[in-house]
Design a protein around this ligand. Sequence first.
Ligand SMILES: NC(=O)c1ccc[n+]([C@@H]2O[C@H](COP(=O)([O-])OP(=O)(O)OC[C@H]3O[C@@H](n4cnc5c(N)ncnc54)[C@H](OP(=O)(O)O)[C@@H]3O)[C@@H](O)[C@H]2O)c1
Length: 280
Amino acid sequence: MDYVELNNGVKMPNVGIGTFMLQPDDAENSVREALKMGYRLIDTANAYVNERAVGRGIKSSGVAREEIFVSTKLWPTEYENPNAIDETLERLGLDYIDLLFLHQPGGNYKAGYEQLEKAYKEGKIKAIGVSNFEDEFIEDILNNFEVTPQVEQVECHPYFEQEKLRKITEPKNIKIMCWYPLGHGDKSLMEESIITELASKYNKSSAQVILKWHTQMGFIVIPGSKNVDHIKDNFDLFDFELTEEEMNKICSLNKNHRYYYPSMEQLKEFAKFQPEYETK
Ligand SMILES: NC(=O)c1ccc[n+]([C@@H]2O[C@H](COP(=O)([O-])OP(=O)(O)OC[C@H]3O[C@@H](n4cnc5c(N)ncnc54)[C@H](OP(=O)(O)O)[C@@H]3O)[C@@H](O)[C@H]2O)c1
């Protein structure tokens, strides 16, 4: 397993498991099985409505809390709730969160960021993240708050390499954590000839080649899967290395293509969604 060092000195695994769209039972199983296989990074969110299940998966794995890096995200309807972070901790069954994001730049995100800074200073969270804060939104955070975020979670894969955002994040050593790292399972990405050629050269799957490209780019990845074989494959990345030429060939697949890009209006509407949290 490999780690990256965040700009506050915290060490974070660079490969983890995502839990977006996983029903509670699937999330619990995926988290437990992933931890048993050696994963140490789990990503969830208030809005995935599976934080309790993730907490159960962590407990039943038998892996010590301090070995696990948990990231979750405050949803915009929580930005002005002064108890939001304590309630998130309660749902997860944890007494600290390794990395807490603001999920979207909707709602009163400045109030949300103030909460993150307060919790960071109190030790309830070990690192601060922003997700989907691009352009003026990331600039706004950098220009108006004391603590520089440690991680930015955004859509990122070989078809969309976040070149513009990285010009802002790299000088501040803000790590990029990629959602849709496998293009949400898009076959056309998985079947690109350079990807399949490298997969056969290294005796790996297309998914493994793409994930390896991410980690060699310095990104953190959280591929999502309900399939135990895929979960196993997605963590079996540490016994091969792409050459510089191979990395460049994969980089040349970039076509600034996003799979999901809501308009500002859609984002504002979306931010009003109120998650109905699990009660047990
Ligand atoms: N911050 C945000 O706004 C945001 C938005 C979206 C997602 N996320 C985070 O990012 C994580 C990853 O995104 P994602 O799960 O939607 O997309 P993804 O990881 O790019 O792709 C997941 C898809 O790829 C398939 N897959 C996974 N491993 C595979 C393998 N080894 N071989 C073949 N197919 C494979 C999965 O199917 P199987 O189940 O069959 O394996 C699933 O259909 C999420 O779980 C979530 O934690 C964050």
